[in-house]
Design a binder for this molecule. Structure first.
Ligand SMILES: Cc1cc2nc3c(=O)[nH]c(=O)nc-3n(C[C@H](O)[C@H](O)[C@H](O)COP(=O)(O)OP(=O)(O)OC[C@H]3O[C@@H](n4cnc5c(N)ncnc54)[C@H](O)[C@@H]3O)c2cc1C
Length: 277
């Protein structure tokens, strides 16, 4: 499920990555036991208690979304769609575009080895998303890393230019920070350390390019992840975001096959059957 890429270094020691790192941090957890108190309050003839004794287990995201969908029609009795028929149930949801029930299940990933250009595109996805991103004001140059695009890694001249550029950027960052600390010495000494650090770093980061690594912790619900896979794991997406999007979608396929199983390889991209559920 998780992928940790190698960290490379230039001859001068500037660290960089060539692939995204993807770590699944959190999946839904469903507690069906509590449902009995609700279902037992209905007329016993309706047979609603049948729901909690369904013999087929589903992965947690599918269990949760099926429960949410079946609440809509109080479909808890023996004639309901059983867990064994969950695939048919969700195919119907996907085909009819009733995607709101997919919003109950959330998955969280740590994604690193991605650059600032990638995260700038990623954070445009708003509906159903939560983000935490490394602060370039709080974190100084000591943890600075870069991301090399596949086309640069594939060509000796572009690779040489890349290494030269990131060495220069790392050096310039330190030079700017050192100069600011010198010329604003008194002002910085008079403020809380944390504010002083931000004041220096926010200026120093100006010399960093889109190639700067920008790790994210990102949470989204199933409906939002599906839309993301459709837009960003597609052939038309920039390789910078397509590669982590494909890796995340593959991880989600393992966690919730009924929701993400439709995303099939399409060259180095993915393609799904349903549009914008
Ligand atoms: C190949 C590609 C090229 C792109 N090029 C550019 C570009 O040149 N310039 C640029 O600025 N952006 C560009 N984008 C970004 C794109 O326009 C979207 O901002 C981004 O993909 C987020 O998708 P989304 O709008 O569907 O938002 P999401 O937050 O993922 O929302 C999902 C869906 O929810 C609904 N929704 C969300 N918010 C609202 C709202 N406020 N009101 C009504 N409905 C809402 C919409 O139906 C939306 O599609 C590009 C995206 C791709 C994939």
């Amino acid at each position: 499920v998780n992928h940790h890429p190698q960290v490379h270094h230039t001859k001068n020691g500037t660290p960089y990555l060539r692939e995204p790192g993807v770590v699944l941090l959190s999946v839904p957890s469903v507690q069906l036991a509590g449902l009995s108190g609700f279902l037992s309050g209905f007329d016993a003839d309706l047979g609603f208690m049948d729901y909690v004794t369904d013999p087929v287990d589903l992965p947690s995201a599918e269990e949760l979304c099926k429960l949410a969908g079946q609440l809509c029609y109080l479909s808890f009795g023996p004639s309901r769609t059983k867990n064994a028929e969950a695939e048919k149930y969700f195919q119907n949801i996907l085909a009819s575009g009733h995607g709101s029930v997919l919003e109950h299940a959330n998955f969280t990933f740590l994604v690193y080895g991605i650059d600032r250009a990638c995260t700038h595109e990623w954070v445009r996805h708003r509906a159903g998303w939560a983000y935490s991103q490394v602060s370039q004001r709080y974190v100084d140059g000591s943890a600075l890393r870069f991301v090399e695009r596949p086309s640069f890694a594939a060509d000796p001249e572009l690779h040489r230019m890349f290494e030269e550029r990131i060495d220069r950027e790392a050096r310039e960052y330190d030079d700017i920070a050192a100069r600011l600390q010198e010329v604003r010495k008194e002002e910085l000494a008079a403020m809380p350390k944390r504010d002083a650090r931000k004041l220096v770093n926010q200026d120093a980061r100006s010399c960093l390019t889109n190639e700067t690594e920008a790790p994210l912790i990102v949470t989204a619900n199933v409906r939002a992840w599906r839309h993301f896979a459709e837009m960003r794991a597609a052939k038309s997406a920039d390789v910078g975001i397509r590669r982590p999007a494909v890796m995340v979608a593959q991880s989600l396929r393992e966690q919730a096959p009924l929701f993400f199983g439709e995303y099939e390889p399409d060259g180095d991209a993915l393609k799904g059957a349903h549009r914008k559920v």
